[in-house]
Design a protein around this ligand. Structure first.
Ligand code: ZN
Length: 140
């Protein structure tokens, strides 16, 4: 278990980045993981095909909340195309337990141990599937 809750993961859990609302959001999307009780809302400002700003609110386990914090930090400023690529890369990391080729996952790599625990994969993945839902309704 010590491997799972790395310092980086705990740091994101205790000091979440971009937590709260956005005054000028263009859309928000809600996600839930009933298996664990994790709940999340992503607030987004999407403009010119880019995530101009992003914040999240939610309650849940350390893994889901840390993953949400890492997601906001990673995706802020990215184009929607880049966001899709990062979601795919995240899936490789969380399902196969290895870093995807070509691009560093930075702090997100600290979630790699979750791949060993199928019951927690949904916790780590929740923010990313919620983001995927947001993309469906984002202005092109
Ligand atoms: Zn959870």
């Amino acid at each position: 278990m010590n491997d799972l809750y790395s310092d980086i993961l705990l740091d994101h859990y205790r000091l979440p980045r971009n937590k709260g609302k956005l005054a000028d959001e263009t859309l928000s999307v809600e996600g839930k993981n009933p298996l664990c009780g994790d709940e999340l809302i992503l607030h987004l400002k999407v403009q010119d095909g880019k995530i101009q700003d992003i914040a999240f609110e939610g309650t849940g386990c350390a893994i889901s909340m840390a993953s949400a914090s890492m997601l906001t930090e990673d995706l802020k400023g990215r184009t929607l195309e880049e966001v899709r690529r990062r979601i795919d890369q995240f899936r490789v990391l969380i399902r196969e337990g290895k870093e995807p080729e070509g691009e560093s996952m930075d702090d997100i790599t600290s979630l790699i141990g979750v791949a060993q625990l199928p019951v927690r994969v949904k916790c780590a993945t929740l923010p990313w599937t919620t983001m995927e839902e947001a993309l469906k309704s984002a202005p092109k």
